[in-house]
Design a protein around this ligand. Structure first.
Ligand code: FAD
Length: 497
């Protein structure tokens, strides 16, 4: 039985970008000439200081030596993930999942998000050859390429009962904190339902990115109003995790960062929907050269080129955009945290943005998150910053651009980004919304996916996988797919009652 709080299956994965980090020597890797085995994968996943001398990797732009940001991967979990990756990839393909190409995660020379796994691990970009299903919120989502076939296969199984719009709220054990797991309590349509689990319960309810309480425990700076990715399609509000924790599950992170990953969205609260989506507007993605950030006093507060998230790689700055932005303690038109992005019309032209059409239809931005002013004074009034503040900030910024050589003595914005003065009216203020993207682990599990309690004992008949589980420093779908399958196999043969 599948109990799903959403009205459709697939979770965040179905609207995701579809970059699936499962390799181990799959057919696409072989085709691309990428050498990877379960052993090299395991080795990558369990290193803390990575020293790559591989010529091919260097050519792709990877530094020879870098440190991971404090991975907390449990070797026994990494071993299972590595050993089961290839056959899981083949299993997906056998069920009709489509993958377009295999690349190392250093493709395009950009650094990336696989922690210690970076250079030799392969990511496969997934395509959705069938287009979108009727319920699918966005046409460009690659995650549908593997989710849709798997959902179709699940629906064909006559012995699977799928309960949609049904939220698990409690895990029932023989006694509150002891004994085997007997089933769950769920809420549907205002009713409380009880489901008996003959063999086991698998918690696969995503991370705690939508739980103000759980995320407060990890990073008290995150206000309750902060939006998180997946919404307004999929809400991982942490209820499933709280059910597991209340049943005795010990909590375990997967890296030293409090929050696994952040995103920022311009002119929308959400990450990431395509133009015309029924769920949300896509917003803008301006390049750093074309804007400055200001706070509620109309002042700049950082080098705008500071990375979104810090600590991925050796040499990363110690503080990220999020550290600086949260320090401003600003909330925007919807009460969510963020900062103002200031641009002029010349920047809009360079960015191929057309403010006269961005309100749609279809809308590219949320009308409550973008403001314009024929003068900087008018813009100050529109976004409620002190009179004269923006004017002073931009006069100073423009002088930094005009200097020879250009230099930003306040925050050290690189000269390569001091290329355009902000002086062509009308002027624009776009709300840059802070979005929480991935959290860092939760339920402690063993190599079978069984949940462990605070005394180190397994909780009989309780399993967890995906973002709901800790101990595997892999953001994204890969750990849920591989370890979720491991959980399913073990749960299927667990002792019934
Ligand atoms: C826009 C976007 C792009 C992304 N791109 C990528 C990418 O390219 N590559 C990548 O690897 N990862 C990507 N990710 C991250 C990836 O989608 C997630 O890490 C992954 O889907 C997590 O899988 P999961 O099964 O643990 O949780 P989810 O996919 O979030 O699924 C959890 C499910 O549980 C349901 N649920 C929650 N609580 C309850 C409850 N109490 N009772 C019943 N059901 C409940 C939810 O409705 C949801 O369907 C992206 C995420 C987003 C939002």
């Amino acid at each position: 039985m599948v109990v799903e709080s959403n009205s459709v299956l697939g979770g965040c994965a179905t609207i995701s970008g579809g970059i699936l980090g499962i390799g181990g020597g799959n057919a696409l890797q072989i085709k691309a000439g990428i050498y990877e085995t379960a052993d090299t994968l395991y080795s990558d996943m369990t290193r803390h200081v990575v020293n790559y001398t591989n010529v091919e990797t260097k050519a792709l732009g990877a530094p020879a030596v870098y440190s991971s940001p404090g991975t907390k991967t449990v070797p026994a979990l990494a071993r299972v993930f590595a050993d089961r990756s290839l056959d899981t990839w083949n299993w997906l393909v056998a069920h009709g999942a489509k993958f377009s190409a295999a690349t190392t995660s250093y493709a395009n020379g950009t650094a990336v998000f696989w922690g210690t796994r970076a250079p030799s691990t392969t990511v496969a970009d997934v395509v959705d050859p069938t287009g979108v299903g009727a319920t699918h919120p966005q046409s460009t989502a690659g995650g549908a390429g593997w989710c849709n076939p798997m959902i179709a296969a699940l629906k064909k199984m006559s012995n699977v009962d799928i309960e949609l719009n049904t939220k698990m709220t409690q895990i029932i054990r023989e006694a509150p904190l002891t004994g085997r797991v007997l089933g769950i309590t769920a809420q549907a349509g205002g009713k409380t339902m009880y489901f008996r689990a003959n063999r086991a319960v698998i918690v696969a309810t995503g991370g705690y990115k939508g739980s103000p309480w759980l995320r407060f425990l990890f990073d008290p700076r995150v206000p309750a109003t902060m939006t998180y990715s997946g919404t307004p399609f999929c809400y991982d509000d942490g209820t499933g995790l709280l059910a597991a924790l209340n049943a005795g599950a010990a909590m375990m992170s997967d890296r030293n960062l409090d929050i696994h990953e952040w995103h920022r969205q311009w002119g929308t609260l959400y990450h990431v929907f395509s133009l015309g989506s029924a769920y949300a507007t896509p917003g803008l993605s301006p390049s750093t050269a074309d804007y400055i950030f200001v706070n509620s006093l109309g002042n700049r507060f950082m080098d705008e080129s500071t990375p979104e998230t810090s600590g991925w790689f050796f040499g990363d700055p110690p503080y990220s955009f999020y550290d600086y932005a949260l320090d401003q303690h600003m909330t925007g038109p919807y009460g969510t945290p963020g900062v103002w992005t200031i641009m002029d019309s010349a920047a809009m032209t360079r960015e191929n943005l057309n403010p006269s059409t961005w309100l749609g239809p279809p809308a590219q931005v949320d009308p409550n998150l973008v403001f314009s002013g024929a003068t900087l004074g008018a813009l100050e009034t529109a976004i409620n910053v002190p009179a004269g503040s923006l004017t002073a900030t931009i006069t100073k910024y423009n002088s930094y651009v005009a200097a020879s050589p250009p230099a930003d003595p306040d925050f050290g914005r690189p000269a390569s980004l001091l290329t355009h003065q902000i002086n062509t009216p009308p002027y624009y203020a776009v709300w840059c919304n802070l979005v929480l993207h991935d959290t860092a682990g939760c339920c402690t599990v063993n190599e079978n996916g069984q949940v462990i309690d605070w005394n180190g004992n397994t909780i009989q008949s309780l399993y967890a996988a995906g973002e709901a589980a800790g101990g595997l420093d892999l953001i994204g779908m890969a750990k849920g797919v591989v370890m979720g399958r491991v959980c399913g196999e073990n749960a299927a043969v667990a002792q019934s009652w």
